[in-house]
Design a protein around this ligand. Structure first.
Ligand code: MN
Length: 263
């Protein structure tokens, strides 16, 4: 039986990277697309709790949802699909999701949501343009290979994958760790036609620390980067140092409630 694969993205249902991904994965299983009806990049792991969601069947096995990538995965698994998918795949995103930037990423968050729902998942991003149909093909081919591998052997527990593919023809595949972004802290300030100030975030240069073994290091060498991620944001190295702060001293140990002094 053909495994069911849920495909989503954050660039919207019309994005060329999504079409390449859906086609590539159709060689591996039955693909159902559940994607935002418009671009929702950089919405991270946002879930719509206070507005209704509509899903429109655009063509057979293609749903457009007026929500976030996380909404799409959640609604796909719990509402639209007739069975739990064997795999959730997000992408192919137009642009890399590298280093600290992945915390903003809707593409990566969709894969994270798949993992949270107990379904193996990965995200794929094309790190360098141009972002037209043919340039997504190497990323689509690799996604199909990776999907088959995961369907055959599964993923380690509590793990999902963040894949970045360089522009052009990749020369190798590296398993990497998350790199470090250098933030240029640039906000563009301008005046609108009515004389009011407005700001534009993200005007700074994209720059990363060149650390061997990281996602960015691989991309800069023309290699595909595969980073295993999990959701434990604990800084384990800082546990000991924080424990030595003696924060207990700030808590009453007499058993009284804070306003329980009746004297
Ligand atoms: Mn995007």
């Amino acid at each position: 039986m053909s495994p069911l694969i849920l495909v989503t993205n954050d660039d919207g249902v019309h994005a060329p990277g999504l079409a390449v991904m859906a086609k590539a994965l159709s060689a591996v299983g039955r693909v159902v697309v559940v994607a935002p009806d418009r671009e929702r990049s950089a919405v991270s792991h946002a879930l719509s709790l206070h507005t209704p969601l509509r899903a429109e069947l655009r063509s057979p096995d293609v749903y457009a949802v007026d929500g976030t990538p996380t909404d799409c995965v959640n609604l796909g698994i719990h509402g639209l699909l007739c069975e739990t998918p064997a795999l959730v795949v997000s992408g192919i995103n137009s642009g890399g999701n590298l280093g600290d930037d992945i915390t903003y990423s809707g593409t990566v968050a969709a894969a994270m949501e798949g993992m949270l729902m107990g379904v193996p998942a990965f995200a794929v991003s094309l790190a360098q343009g141009p972002f037209s149909h043919d340039h997504f093909l190497p990323a689509g081919n690799f996604a199909a290979t990776l999907a088959q591998r995961i369907l055959d052997s599964g993923l380690p527990r509590d793990t999902f994958l963040n894949v970045n593919v360089p522009g052009g023809c990749p020369v190798a595949v590296q398993v990497t760790r998350q790199g470090k972004r250098r933030y240029a802290e640039e906000v563009v300030e301008k005046i609108d036609p009515r004389g009011r100030t407005y700001y534009w975030i993200g005007g700074g240069e994209l720059d990363f620390e060149d650390l061997p073994g990281t996602d960015m290091h691989a991309i800069q060498r023309g290699e595909i980067s595969v980073t295993p991620l999990h959701l434990d944001l604990t800084n384990h190295k800082a546990l000991e140092s924080l424990t030595s702060w003696g924060l207990d001293a700030g808590v009453s140990t007499s058993g009284d409630a804070p306003d329980g002094d009746q004297d």
